[in-house]
Ligand binder design. Sequence first.
Ligand code: DX5
Ligand code: ZN
Length: 217
Amino acid sequence: MAIVAPSILSADFGRLAQEVDEVVRLGAEWVHVDVMDGRFVPNLTIGPVVVSAVRDAVAGRAKIDVHLMMVEPERYVGAFREAGADSLTVHVEAVPHLHRVIGEIKATGAEAGVALNPGTPPELLDYVLEELDLVLVMSVNPGWGAQPLIDSAFRKLAALRETIERRKLPALLEVDGGVKPDNAGRFTDAGAQVLVAGSGVFKAADRAAAIRRLREA
Ligand code: DX5
Ligand code: ZN
């Protein structure tokens, strides 16, 4: 079974607690939180106060997976961890001292992830891969929900899966952007184990069916 991580970016923020509670009850094992700073990506979203609201809504039933689309994420690692993040993922494109930041995340007790934009080659992770709990392949350019997926993500997932298996590494492979019940099997075939889906879950007419189909992909 795939792990489903609904992205709250497509939820109704006016009733965020109920939205989070619903997807967890329907089988989401992770809840994905998209932090955007208006600099690394043009959009501006949420900070630690919203993560703590998500933590209260989740009440220990799911992992809180925080995707930091921001410059200088090291300045906020502690704050997001205290707010309830179980995993913290930084962008390789945003961080000059990647190895150090990964260590700082792990020192808080959180799991550490690194994300790759669609134009970034997977080889950039070669020398940190053994340190990682999570590798996040972006299948859209980060910034907004509900964008069409970029096909080269399948090739990148397959390359990373091959490397992770060949080197017998523990990192989970996660994909984010354009994932829907209809195409989820293509991502799991390519090696993704964690499926982030924003509009594919929260905008679905039948959320229960959407989560079930994603899990069974
Ligand atoms: C993209 C974000 C995603 C986004 C995915 O900038 O990182 O997590 O919410 O949205 P969908 O699933 O609608 O493409
Ligand atoms: Zn995301």
